[in-house]
Every structure is written in C-alpha cells, then in structure tokens.
Design a protein around this ligand. Sequence first.
Ligand code: ADP
Length: 453
Amino acid sequence: MKTSLYSRWNLLKNLNLISRTQWRLTMIYTGILMLFLILFMVIVYFLLYGVIVSSQEDQLKKLVDQEVTVIKQKLIKGKTPSIQNFVMLSDEQFFYYVVDAKGNLLTGDELYHHLRPKLYQELEGWNPDPKEIRYENLDISYFVPWKEDPNKRNIDLMMAGRKIYKGNQFIGILYVGKSISNRVELFDWLLNIFAILLVFFSFVAFFISYFMSKRAMSPIIKSYMKQREFAADASHELRTPLSVILSSINALEMEKPLQEDEFSNSVLSNMKYEVKRMIKLVGDLLTLARSDAENTKLRKEVFDLHELSKKVVHSVETLADEKRITLKLNAPAKLFVYGNRARLDQLLYILLENAIKYSPEEAEVKLELTLKNEDKNKMLVILVEDQGIGIKPEERERIFERFYRTDKSRSKQLGGHGLGLAIAKWIVESHSGWIHVEGKSGKGSVFTIKIPQ
Ligand code: ADP
C-alpha cells in the first residue's frame, strides 16, 4: 500500500515522539533566531545611544568653552557678564547662569522663567569639573503650565559648568544646560519600534523554524517509515513459515515411535510451546505495525457486547481453571454497543488473560460492562478487576508502552512479551476512548476503559 509522503506526514503528525521532536526543534530554532534578533537590537540601540550621547556631550562642552571666554573677559573688565546679545535660548541652550565666587547669581537666563528657582536649587553648591556632565530630570508640571503638550510633565536636562579664574584667582562659575528631551523621546520611540518588531519577527521566526524543523525531520520520517514497513513486512513474512513449523510439529506428534520416546516428546512439546509464543509475538507485532500504518479507520458496527464477552470469558476459562481462578461477568442481558467487534474481542481477551496471568491461585477476576451517561454523553465502561500482584503507581503509565514489563523474568515465564497492553491502548484510542489502571501493589489492579457511544 503506497501512500504519498504528504499523507504519510499527516499520519505521522499524530505520532507522539516525532511531533514532540519537531515541536522541540521548532522551539529551539525560534529561540536561537530570537536571541540573535534581540542581540542585534541591543547592539543597535546601545551603539546609537553611545554615538548620540557623546556627540551631544561634545557639543555642550564646546558651547561652555565658547561662552566662558566671553564671560571671563566681561567679568575681568567689571562689566555685567551677560551673553544675552549673542545667545538665543532654545532647547540647545535651555539656560545659563553665572555665579560669583560666593555663589551669588550675577546673571543668567532660561527658556522658561518660572523654572529659575528650581534650576538654581539644582545647581547650588555644584563645583563642576571641566569634563563633568550632569543629567537631571525635572518635574515641570508645577512650574510650567504646559500648554503645548499636556502629557509633557518632565524635562530632561544635560548640564555642564566651568570655573572662571582671573589669573589664579577664582572669580565665578558658568553653568549651561541643554534640553535632551528630544533624545529621550527618540530612544523611547526606538524602544517601542523594537518591541513591535520583536513581536512581528517572533511570528516570522516561528514560521521559519517550523519550516526548517519540518525539513530536518523529513529524512528521519522517511527512515522511520521504512523501518515501520520493514516491521510489518517481516512479521507478515514470518507468519507463514511459523504456521508450517507448527503444523509440522503437530504432524510429528502423531508419529507413534516419537510418542513413545520420552526425549523426543519433551523436545517436541518445548518446540511447540516456543513456536506458539513466536506466532503470538509475530501476530502482536503485525497488529502494532498495522496500527502505526493504518490511515483508514476501524470498521465499526452495532453489536451485543454481552454476547461477545461471554465468548471471551469462555476462551480464557481453561487458563483460569489451571489456577482455579473464579471468573465473574457482570453485564446487562443485552448490551448493544458501537465499535469494532474483532478489536473489542481482542481487548477483552488481553485484559482477562493478564488478570489471570498476574493473579495467584484461587483468586477472583471480575469483568464488568455498563453503559453510563457522563456529561450528557453515553459511555461504554469496561472494568477488569483482579486480586493479583498489582502495579506500582510509578509503573501505571509505562505498562502501556511497547515491550514494557514490570518484571521481565516473571512476564517471560508467563509467556508475555510486553505488547498486550500497547495493543489494548491502541484499540481503545482508535475507539476515541481512554484506558487507565488503578490499584495497590500486592492487592490487585482495576483496569478501567471508557469508550464514547
Ligand atoms: P505481557 O505480555 O508481558 O503481559 P502486557 O503489555 O500485557 O505484556 O503487560 C505489560 C506489563 O504490565 C506486564 O509485564 C505486567 O508486568 C504488567 N501487568 C499487566 N496486566 C497486569 C495485571 N492485571 N496485574 C499486574 N500487572 C500487570
């Protein structure tokens, strides 16, 4: 049965391991792409910040240097050290103040006169170093009734100062301030743009990663498909020779001379036991390989499950009798359900066979079948209860895995390969139901199955 790669991919989507690996790869790729993007944004942000800040600081220092020469000449000549005639106050020069050696204000001006007390308070006592730049964020809502922009309640200032000397004599200080609110706004804006870009590119990165992980998984899926086909083909091919061997053993057992020879008899009976085990294993493997490959749904019909369960109970009676185990079947006289008859038969058989295998002699195994209404949905509830060795809580999930056995030697002794419950789980899930197990170690187990009707 050949299917296109696309339909195979769709089929495999549901396989846990592959889809989980693909998601993990997608997440890793997305993470790496996002990391590079964030790194790129951080570098751009800080580079821009560094360049703009250092150029603004240089400009301010140059401005102070130019102005301090004019002020110094006027101070030495004893004139009012004003620079109003050649300085237009703006954001570039928000204020300037000149104080004498004692800190008394000689002259100065500012863009908004209401701010003078606040600015003066900020500068008071500052003994500036020639390289020093000070930053201040002033709350101006109280001082300036801001009409241009009601949201603008703060102003960011960059300030520098120079001490003025007449020879060696300290005669005053010039303070100059520049508004850098535009720069702060620019970087706030840049941050917002980066945040939007980050959200946008995280979606782009996710889709790219999804595409890349799909490509990376493609060879793995192909080899997985081949392996699966191999498992199905190999189990199918093995069935015929095994059946031939079994019928040959049966024929040999009929031979009189061999029947009379004790050694031949025991070899034949061992061979028969092992071949039967192998036939069962190959059958189970084929079921699971087909369950993996199956993209057609199970054919379902309405039938009486009570009738079917009586047959299954009857088929395990010999097994139960060997251990003098009592089998109890509890079900309504007629129990019409919707499902695949052959698979539900197999499911009941697996659970009952396990319940008997893992129970001590003279124990009791109960099969209960009911139709219940749960949240307005009709449910078929199957309970299989035993008084056997029980299953530890940490193993209750794992027993449904392929080839998982809680006690390998005991299970092997009992003829198990660890595939029964994996098949049971597949049957339940292909009926859109779920299976789980409860019980205490040493006091038996209860397998509960719920199948929507
Ligand atoms: P096996 O062929 O080994 O029985 P299964 O898939 O049917 O494989 O079961 C897996 C394992 O789960 C078993 O090896 C056994 O350890 C445990 N198990 C299954 N059914 C029961 C049960 N009724 N009581 C205790 N252990 C159980």
